[in-house]
Design a protein around this ligand. Structure first.
Ligand code: G6P
Length: 281
């Protein structure tokens, strides 16, 4: 199967299809239809940039611990649904004929569009007719790009939250620093979501950290001192949690994960981006 650039579809050991995207230089990403989840992102040298737990289970009803789980239509426990919503535990489908995103958007990219629509059971739990279109692309430079489009396919407005629950691969948690969160307020999940303000210049990790930063900027950097490498994450579109916004028609959120010049071995805490949103058809 060939969508744009080199694309291969194969079946994993549980019988679930996964898609391999590769750019002309050989950088690649692998996406499972289970959860629409990116499971791998590799440089042109074949080095893995995402972490997946050795204990991960890749079939229903378990969410896969690793890569980039998609939390939708709920992040965490902020609602009546199961933790992080149901999308990460559903089998998505490939759209063989994806509509263009923007003129020239697909230039030089190898990409695939995945779709999730609610089942009868989903509608009983969450009675909103939606279509979730996720585009995963690997750029000519080897960057990983993800674009989510949520469409309301009836007239009733609904609210949702979404997160890319990314597990980056890093050398050693003690060697990592995150920049771009300075001075922001955050909700600390280890203190019953109490609100604090970030005081330091950059975030480092001496013990467990589980927080949601509010109204974050559009660029975050994860420095790995041991590897002397930096991940840069750039987002556009939906605002972060803390800004309740009303969207008309089809909100789009996009993420670009820039290729670091070298690679990483272990894993960092997941870096999450999320938003509450309301959609009107
Ligand atoms: O175990 P999961 O449902 O995949 O959740 C994994 C993690 O998700 C979020 O990051 C929460 O803030 C964490 O408290 C939780 O451990």
């Amino acid at each position: 199967m060939d969508y744009n650039g080199v694309v291969e579809v194969s079946r994993d050991k549980n019988g679930i299809d996964e898609i391999l995207l590769r750019n002309p230089r050989g950088a690649s990403t692998r996406v499972s239809l289970y959860g629409g989840q990116v499971l791998s992102w590799r440089t042109d040298q074949g080095e893995e940039l995402l972490f997946t737990s050795s204990k991960a289970i890749f079939k229903p009803p378990n969410p896969v611990r690793g890569g980039i789980p998609i939390c939708f239509p709920q992040f965490g426990n902020r609602g009546a649904l199961e933790h992080h919503g149901f999308a990460r535990k559903k089998v998505w489908i490939i759209d063989d004929n994806p509509p263009p995103l923007q003129p020239n958007d697909s230039n030089g990219k190898s990409y695939v569009d995945l779709l999730l629509k609610p089942s009868e059971d989903d509608l009983k739990l969450w009675p909103h007719s939606f279509e979730f279109r996720l585009r995963v692309a690997i750029t000519a430079e080897g960057n990983l790009a993800m674009v989510s489009r949520i469409r309301n396919i009836n007239c009733k407005p609904f609210s949702f939250s979404i997160a890319y629950h990314t597990y980056f691969s890093i050398s050693d948690i003690n060697e990592v620093r995150v920049e771009g969160l300075e001075t922001l307020d955050y909700l600390d999940n280890l203190c019953e979501r109490e609100r604090f303000t970030e005081q330091g210049d950059a975030l480092t990790f001496e013990s467990e950290v589980d927080r949601v930063y509010l109204s974050s900027s559009d660029v975050i950097a994860v420095f790995d001192h041991q590897r002397k490498r930096t991940f840069q994450i750039r987002k556009e579109g939906l605002p972060d949690v803390g800004k309740n916004s009303l969207f008309h028609s089809q909100p789009t959120s996009s993420f670009l994960f820039f290729l670091p010049s070298e690679n990483f071995n272990h894993h960092s805490p997941p870096l999450k981006f999320q938003t509450p949103a309301t959609v009107r058809s």
